[in-house]
Design a binder for this molecule. Structure first.
Ligand SMILES: O=P(O)(O)OC[C@H]1O[C@](O)(COP(=O)(O)O)[C@@H](O)[C@@H]1O
Ligand SMILES: [Mn+2]
Length: 321
């Protein structure tokens, strides 16, 4: 008989897809309603309920926040039936709450699962990120390089001119200098208003999305989720935690991080096999958004396993509740 405490990624993966599907379905009626909190809360509740049906002894390592600030899916919360493998769970029940509230593209529900102790316990601070898709040596671009150098290095590796590279960046005042420097190379920039997990994943499907590289700072939890996705799809991501004050440093220490200046590679954020599921909420470039027709609702989910590099896309049509 199979060892139920072993990380059976193949069996667990379909259960994980149901979790992200449930979160997306719950937020369906809140798309475009201008209420971020309600959309997020609906996704959180549904994700937690589905997660607790899985035969796992799960612990949330990337979640909704610290126990005192998040009543559900807080960091350290035990999830699952407890009958099964000990796993780490990283989740963002609604990645792109504002995108959902405004019905703008690329809002997703996201969840990753890996053997216990193998996902970086990133605190809820910012992370400097740099990502490229598959097919390049790991150090083709690095965080040590200046942004313009990264563009030129990737162009060289691709055998194209710098002005044929497209970089995805979150549109924020803090990125003004970064944007100017990238533009100085002639590269194109796809500015996004939110949703850097999708931004990073875009690099892994550059033929479809037109995006070659992701740069800039965003949430550290989203960095670990993006690293999980790229570990399945191929591609590299580097992340460095950014601290604005002592409280944020204290959060890192609490999460067990001692070297505050460390640059993490993809495989240092996700040290073993991982499974990853994301469901489209609003229309997106990698996943279609939730479709509602009279009596029915359809979602699209991407489900991936790093062990095999398998990428499944699943449409799920169910009666509207
Ligand atoms: O808006 P900020 O503070 O720049 O933070 C950026 C982060 O917020 C997001 O855009 C949206 O995240 P949530 O919808 O989960 O809040 C992330 O994709 C990104 O990492
Ligand atoms: Mn998020």
């Amino acid at each position: 008989m199979a060892d139920v405490t072993e990380f059976q990624d193949r069996l667990l993966s379909l259960g994980l897809a149901r979790v992200s599907e449930a979160a997306a379905l719950a937020s369906a009626k809140l798309i475009g309603r201008g209420d971020e909190k309600a959309a997020d809360q609906a996704a959180v509740n549904a994700m937690r309920d589905q997660l607790n049906l899985l035969d796992i002894a799960g612990v949330v390592v990337i979640g909704e926040g610290e126990r005192d600030e998040a009543p559900m899916l807080y960091i350290g919360e035990e999830v699952g039936t407890g009958n099964g493998p000990a796993v780490d769970i990283a989740l963002d029940p609604l990645e792109g709450t504002t995108l959902t509230a405004k019905d703008m593209p690329n809002a997703l529900t996201v969840i990753a699962m890996a053997p216990r102790g193998t996902l970086l316990h990133a605190p809820d601070v910012y992370m400097e990120k740099l990502a490229i898709g598959p097919g390049f040596a790991p150090d083709t671009v690095t965080l040590d390089m200046a942004p313009a150098q990264r563009v030129r290095a990737l162009a060289r590796a691709k055998g194209v001119a710098a002005d044929e590279i497209t970089v995805c960046i979150l549109e924020r005042p803090r990125h003004e200098a970064l944007i100017a420097e990238v533009r100085s190379t002639g590269a194109a920039i796809r500015l996004i208003t939110d949703g850097d997990v999708a931004g990073v994943i875009h690099c892994a499907e550059s033929e479809i999305t037109g995006i070659d590289m992701y740069m800039g700072s965003g949430g550290a939890p989203e960095g670990v989720l993006a690293a999980s996705a790229l570990k399945c799809m191929g591609g590299q991501i580097y992340g460095k935690l950014l601290f604005r004050n002592d409280d944020e440093k204290a959060r890192a220490f609490k999460a067990g991080i001692t070297d505050l200046n460390r640059v993490y590679t993809r495989d240092e954020m996700v040290t073993a096999d991982v499974i990853f599921a994301a469901t489209g909420v609003t229309q997106g470039s990698i996943l279609q958004g939730i479709k509602i027709e009279p009596g029915w609702v359809t979602t699209e989910t991407i489900l991936m396993r790093s062990k095999t590099g398998s990428v499944r896309r699943m449409l799920y049509k169910s009666p509207m509740k």
